[in-house]
Design a protein around this ligand. Structure first.
Ligand SMILES: C[S@@+](CC[C@H](N)C(=O)[O-])C[C@H]1O[C@@H](n2cnc3c(N)ncnc32)[C@H](O)[C@@H]1O
Length: 222
């Protein structure tokens, strides 16, 4: 890993126009993605949520291959800054930009017969949207491919992560922290038609929130 980080093109992050630092993934996450893709020689990639193009810049810099990005608000909300950033890095020829909602684009890609080896899910962070992104990405993903979730601190993301851990037994967890969760698809889905393992318990969640509140209060006292 350190060797690969040394091979990272200098200053990807500093060369990007990022008017609001809270929107894109932070530099260290970009560097993690870059190193991971390089280390695993991954080429066929996709992401939901393009924004300022920060994650895309790291992904394409690592693969120098076609990267499919999906974002319906690139023009209206992000003023095409993501597209300009990728152009600035001279990487536009590797970008397939889909100006639409992921729930429209992902089924279209499936019909096109697209297969991928890595997907980054960082689009709409509502539970149902993330689940739908994962549902289609799972169908697009080759065996031995990877899916990376951003924002595991959100309960919406974390619930889906827990559902995968309990129910998608053809996936193995590679890395998890409060921000990133990385799974590898190890084989085809072999669930029976009625398979379901409970993954969420409201009572347990209430308790967790109470515990969190207690911790917070204790910290404020200190
Ligand atoms: C957190 S930002 C992505 C940041 C980006 N990964 C980066 O590093 O610059 C989330 C993005 O999801 C996009 N988005 C919102 N709803 C979406 C949807 N239904 N499908 C695809 N993208 C969506 C937003 O426009 C926004 O750009």
């Amino acid at each position: 890993m350190p060797k690969l980080i040394r091979l990272m093109p200098l200053n990807i992050y500093n060369r990007l126009n990022i008017p609001n630092k809270n929107s894109p993934i932070p530099q260290k996450h970009g560097e993690f993605i870059y190193s991971f893709l390089k280390m695993n020689s991954i080429k066929k990639t996709l992401e939901t949520g393009f924004g300022y193009g920060c994650s895309a810049a790291y992904i394409i810099s690592a693969t120098k291959s076609t990267h499919i990005v999906i974002d319906p608000f690139e023009k209206s909300q992000w003023k095409n800054i993501g597209l300009h950033n990728i152009k600035k890095l001279n990487l536009s020829k590797f970008l397939r930009f889909e100006n639409d909602f992921s729930y429209n684009v992902l089924p279209k890609l499936l019909k096109e017969g697209i297969k991928i080896d890595f997907a980054f899910i960082d689009g709409m962070h509502l539970f149902d949207y993330i689940m739908l992104d994962f549902f289609y990405i799972d169908l697009l993903l080759n065996n031995n491919g990877y899916v990376l979730f951003h924002d595991n601190q959100l309960l919406s993301t974390n619930l889906i992560v827990n559902w995968i851990k309990k129910n998608k037994l053809n996936y193995t967890l590679i890395k998890e922290d409060s921000c990133f969760v990385l799974f590898k698809k190890i084989k085809a889905d072999v669930r029976k038609w009625d398979h379901f393992i409970a993954f969420y318990n409201c009572k347990k969640e209430e308790k967790t929130l109470k515990e969190k509140l207690r911790e917070l209060k204790a910290r404020i006292k200190v």
